[in-house]
Design a protein around this ligand. Structure first.
Ligand SMILES: [Zn+2]
Length: 102
């Protein structure tokens, strides 16, 4: 029995009754990175609470002032884990989205 693999980090053992679901394509945007960019005038986080970030085209590769989605689960681990539990996902293989490869 392992109702919460996230807090223990335990891998599923052979014979475990639960199913391990691995999402191999998940993204995250670390808030400290976004704040670092903002301090350099390369990100606008004023609409972060509304789920929007604007990145400088030199960072994002998209047009100036393009609103990009910033779900809370992108930077808040607790929200991410709750969403994973709701979806029945045990493990996320996380990378940054394409518009954050500086
Ligand atoms: Zn992707």
């Amino acid at each position: 029995m392992c109702p919460d693999n996230h807090s223990t980090g335990d891998a599923a053992a052979p014979g475990d009754e639960h199913v391990t679901a691995i999402d191999v394509h998940a993204h995250a945007m670390p808030l400290r990175l976004l704040q670092w960019l903002e301090q350099r005038s390369l990100a606008d986080l004023t609409r972060a609470d509304a789920g929007i970030v604007v990145l400088d085209p030199s960072v994002s590769g998209v047009g100036k002032d393009t609103p990009l989605p910033l779900a809370r689960s992108q930077y808040d681990p607790e929200t991410r884990l709750q969403e994973m539990d709701s979806a029945g996902v045990t493990i996320h293989a996380v990378s940054m989205p394409p518009f954050l490869y500086c």
